[in-house]
Design a protein around this ligand. Structure first.
Ligand code: ATP
Ligand code: MG
Length: 362
């Protein structure tokens, strides 16, 4: 999938901007606060009809203006499609192939993107909660069943916690809730395991590429419950028994102590834990590899690579990692990268790319 051109009007600090893109690699170079991230954000917005940094669409409209718009043209292996999206005080309007669509769900999905922003480093460095959010987002994108199971689990878990807080705990009620939790949890756990295995397969290859074969990345699912079953029915039974065993302790503590709400993922490079022992560059490379594995997952799913947006990733990677990253990826995936300085760009990647200087929204 290729984004050929983009046209912005009153988007963030851009009054108007008309750009044609290189099919492989586009680098946006500019000092701080000139509009590099804004430009990536406009592409993300064109794809998903929302920003990656704010939930308030109003912030996307240029100061003192009423309406912002982003138009773009994409080419996939089977079509050429103009997309257009605008946002004003009245909300959003979306057009596909010049025809207005009544629901955003009809709009989203034509342009697929994967974005890596500085915050994504938290997949490695942050709390388990951030990793659970990541895994839920990813699994949810691939599996509708997962979304249903997760929301079922969370609802019942909240009820269980409520019951556990009461003075006279109703054991019969909690048994009923535990049965439901075991049902939801068994599916969630197996899906997560499957997802982490797939991510690892791809991320390991990408990480080896970027690190010039020096580092072997492992991604491990750390389920909060140790289990042996390999299929849903057996796991459900195993979980039921475990929930029963834990009940008295849960009553004592007044909260649900075990289950996928306490799961985690761990990352290892050449067998050491990246979160604890990894250097900045290794942590960044790990987070990147895991995020880039998404490209492969989407390709598996829809038979086409999405476009890739990389915000501020070059600065912490040495020249070897930079050029391995950009040369290995650009042959499969159209890539958009921001950087503050031209000297950040390795000469090895200078051919087959377009560099654009950005200054004050121009
Ligand atoms: P850095 O290298 O620091 O990340 P950047 O080039 O990525 O910088 P952006 O975040 O793209 O910077 O742009 C920031 C600029 O855009 C700021 O000067 C900010 O004031 C301006 N800006 C943000 N929103 C709007 C808006 N709605 N209208 C006008 N200007 C805006
Ligand atoms: Mg920026």
């Amino acid at each position: 999938m290729i984004l050929n051109r983009i046209h912005l009007g009153n988007f963030r600090n851009y009054e108007t901007l008309d750009l044609e893109f290189h099919p492989k690699l586009n680098i946006f170079i500019g000092r701080n606060a000139q509009g590099k991230t804004n430009l990536l954000e406009s592409i993300y917005f064109l794809a998903l009809a929302k920003s990656h940094r704010t939930s308030k669409d109003k912030e996307l409209i240029r100061f003192n203006q009423d309406e912002a718009f982003v138009n773009g043209n994409i080419t996939t292996s089977y079509s050429n499609l103009p997309l257009s999206l605008s946002v004003s005080g009245k909300g959003k309007r979306a057009k596909v192939n010049h025809m207005e669509v009544s629901k955003l769900s009809q709009y989203i999905g034509h342009l697929n993107v994967v974005l890596f922003a500085p915050e994504d480093l938290n997949i490695v460095k942050g709390s388990p909660q951030i990793r659970r959010k990541f895994i839920n987002m990813e699994c949810g994108q691939i599996s509708k069943v997962y979304i249903n199971m997760l929301s079922g689990y969370q609802k019942v878990l909240a009820q269980k916690n409520n019951y556990l807080k009461q003075k006279n705990v109703d054991r019969v009620m909690i048994d009923v809730l535990n049965e439901q939790l075991a049902y939801y949890a068994s599916l969630i756990i197996l899906k997560r395991q499957q997802f982490v295995d797939t991510i690892e397969k791809y991320a390991r290859k990408i990480h080896a590429d970027i690190s010039n074969g020096q580092e072997i990345l492992a991604v491990r699912y750390k389920p909060n419950i140790k289990y042996e079953a390999t299929e849903v029915g057996a796991l459900e039974q195993e979980l039921k028994a475990l929930f029963q065993e834990t009940l008295e302790r849960e009553i004592e503590r007044g909260q649900a102590l075990i289950g996928p709400h306490r799961d985690d993922i761990a990352f290892y490079i050449n067998d050491f834990d990246v979160q604890t022992y990894g250097s900045q560059g290794q942590q960044r490379t790990t987070a990147l590899s895991v995020k880039l594995a998404e490209l492969e997952l989407i390709n598996e799913e829809i038979g086409e690579y999405p476009i890739l947006l990389l915000d501020d990733v070059l600065s912490e990677l040495d020249e070897t990692r930079q050029s391995h990253l950009l040369t290995s990826i650009r042959n499969r995936v159209q890539t958009f990268v921001t950087t503050t300085s031209i000297s950040d760009i390795n000469h090895a990647i200078m051919d087959e790319m377009q560099a654009l200087g950005i200054e004050d929204g121009k």
